[in-house]
Design a protein around this ligand. Structure first.
Ligand code: FEO
Ligand code: CA
Ligand code: CA
Ligand code: CA
Length: 612
């Protein structure tokens, strides 16, 4: 029986897009092989209703506890958090960073783990005790200390995880920490600065969005909106290529450049070339310098989803989260060798970067795709545009565009199914599609005013993640069937009144193959978004198509960051920037307290496996 007839028999996969043309009524390419169809559903919890409450709500039979909040002390001598915002930069450097995002667990024993967490940005409205629009040097130092990465050791006692402040592994890496630039762009003239004429010693990592983890025990932290750290004291210094990365000399917030000239584009135009990388951190060696991996390309990295290919090479899928940017793949030159830590720690130094092109005969929401290599000397990637491979990597966005990649609706997280056969990616939203914007609609990104987003997926040909071709389809189009029935904006068939959401962002599989979807979207609960409530976490069963809401978050926050313990009895989830953008929240401490980003731990009251 073919996959198509299987799918028909299961009756699961027809799309709802009646008004959008025959293409969008196509079958779901990957659903329901005969093996998966016989399985019982993966989702066993009672769904959570949509909510605008200032709370984290989980299913009946589950409990939620705070693990760590912005400002919590991480060391024995670290000061307590000051709720009035008067804490110093020095204190912040010893405390958990702000706006936690992607995170990974690194087990030590069953009851001891290291948790590495990104601190993407900081909320200036909550960071200080003043609301002055001009910031002092101390203010800038504090902001720089609030971002980066926090590494903490956790211990489980009586079923609950807590931070061990006395652990020698605890560490803060921030925007002033020493890091090393590695790979083909290290030392290149484009990354040399007055402060670092060798072009390899970079001060700091920032805009650390989502993450990855390697099988050799390192954490990958992905630099995303690094442009927001830069300003300019002079006339327009931004080249067209820098503008391609959002660098704007008219931007004067967060004013870092006034007190740290590295962030002044006018004086140090190359400094911005030293951010926008995937950075590898060894959480087990607090003295080690994080390594910026230039072979993986410079763009606004979301996460880094890694798989060891069947030939032993390491393949990493990566999204570039900006409207009309692209989806990338890195294939390492050398193979992963279990046990050879010295070799494995160099795997991300060398390899080939590719960008995706999605083909769709007849505008069906499925088709085949190709990985286009970004290799110097091939096609349009030649001098004088690019003098060498390093220049291609520093300006990967420009190279990808010239190579003919498909413009996407803001690729956020990529997640690889635990069977290694299929890969999923959140395309969060894009209100600006159109020929004028240089982003004509295409089959993988079919809506002009895509306010809801979609999740696409692909299967590499012959199960080879290094192959040049793949099959793809749209896994789910988010939408609002209550508001837009019968139109493309109703979403896929598996979207209904009880599970609707917008702007999928975080995406992760657990070991059983449940797909967890975190949202970062419009929480107005009105108009196009009526009935969706605050941002949320949903669980999906790709074998049945079902999607079910698992958790709702406080106002102003997005749900981002996902890590599950090996026994699947604890789920760590990040609540980022509650109370942001004018929303009213006092989460997690309640009363009249300042809202604080935090990592929560979710468990079943009976100690069972999460999601079942
Ligand atoms: Fe930091 Fe694209 O999210
Ligand atoms: Ca995100
Ligand atoms: Ca987002
Ligand atoms: Ca965010």
């Amino acid at each position: 029986m073919s996959e198509f007839t299987d799918a028909l028999a299961a009756g699961l996969t027809r799309r709802r897009f009646i008004g959008m043309g025959a293409g969008l009524c196509a079958l779901n390419l990957f659903a329901c092989t005969s093996a998966t169809r016989r399985k019982p559903g993966l989702l066993g919890f009672e769904r959570v209703t949509a909510s605008s409450e200032d709370a984290v709500r989980v299913p009946k039979g589950y409990r939620v506890n705070i693990l760590v909040r912005w400002g919590d002390p991480l060391f024995p001598d670290a000061p307590d958090f000051r709720t009035d915002g008067a804490g110093s930069a020095g204190a912040q450097g010893l405390q958990f960073g702000d706006n936690n995002d992607g995170m990974s667990l690194f087990p030590i024993t069953a009851d001891r783990v290291l948790l590495a967490v990104n601190n993407e940005s900081t909320n200036l409205e909550f960071l200080y005790s003043h609301t002055r629009p001009v910031f002092s040097e101390q203010d800038v130092l504090k902001a720089k200390a609030a971002v980066g990465v926090s590494i903490v050791e956790l211990r489980r006692t009586n079923g609950l995880w807590t931070i061990d402040r006395s652990s020698g592994y605890n560490r803060r890496i921030h925007a002033d920490s020493p890091t090393v630039l590695t790979g083909p762009a290290a030392g290149h003239p484009l990354v040399r600065t007055v402060g670092d004429p060798g072009g390899s010693q970079v001060q700091g990592t920032l805009a650390n969005c989502a993450n990855g983890a390697t099988p050799w025990g390192t954490f990958l932290t992905c630099e995303e909106n690094f442009d927001l750290a830069f300003g300019s004291s002079g006339a327009d210094p931004a080249t067209g290529r820098q503008r391609l990365y959002g660098l704007d000399p008219r931007r004067h917030d967060p004013q870092w450049f006034r007190h740290d000239e590295r962030f002044d584009l006018f004086r140090h135009p190359n400094e911005a070339h030293r951010f926008g990388w995937v950075v590898e951190v060894d959480p087990f060696d607090p003295q080690s310098s994080p390594r910026k991996r230039t072979a993986l390309g410079r763009f606004k990295h979301e996460n880094a989803a890694l798989v060891v290919n069947r030939d032993g090479r390491v393949v990493i899928y990566m999204g570039d989260d900006t409207r009309g940017q692209y989806l990338y793949r890195f294939v390492s030159r050398h193979c992963f060798c279990p046990g050879d830590q010295r070799m494995n720690c160099e795997l991300l130094a060398e390899g080939t970067l590719y960008v995706a092109k999605f083909d769709a005969p007849g505008d069906l929401p499925r088709g085949t795709g190709r990985w286009l290599p970004l290799r110097h000397g091939e096609g349009p990637l030649v001098a004088p545009k690019f003098r060498d491979q390093a220049e291609i990597l520093v300006f990967a966005r420009q190279a990808a565009r010239l190579a003919g990649a498909t413009t996407m609706d803001r690729p956020e997280w990529v997640a690889i199914h635990p069977d290694g056969k299929s890969v999923y990616c959140s395309l969060t939203n894009n209100r600006h599609r159109g020929v004028k914007a240089g982003q004509p609609v295409n089959a993988a990104n079919p809506r002009v005013n895509n306010i809801y987003g979609q999740i696409i997926r692909w299967r590499p040909w012959e199960g080879d993640h290094a192959a040049g071709r793949f099959d793809w389809d749209v896994y789910v189009m988010a939408g609002n069937p209550g508001v837009h029935a019968g139109t493309p904006y109703a979403g896929s068939e598996q979207i209904n009144e009880s599970n609707k959401f917008n702007s999928p962002d975080g995406l992760a599989f657990d070991r059983d193959g449940r797909l967890w979807i975190e949202t970062d979207g419009d929480e107005s609960n009105r108009g196009d978004f009526e009935g969706m409530g605050n941002n949320q976490l949903l669980a999906a069963d790709p074998s049945t198509g079902e999607i079910r809401r698992f958790m709702t978050a406080p106002p102003g926050s997005e749900v981002t960051g996902f890590a599950m313990t090996h026994d699947q009895r604890t789920l760590f989830v990040g609540i980022q920037h509650p109370g942001a953008r004018g929303a009213v929240s006092n989460w997690p401490d309640g009363g009249a307290s300042k809202p604080r980003s935090a990592v929560v731990q979710i468990q079943r009251e009976d100690g069972g496996v999460i999601g079942t």
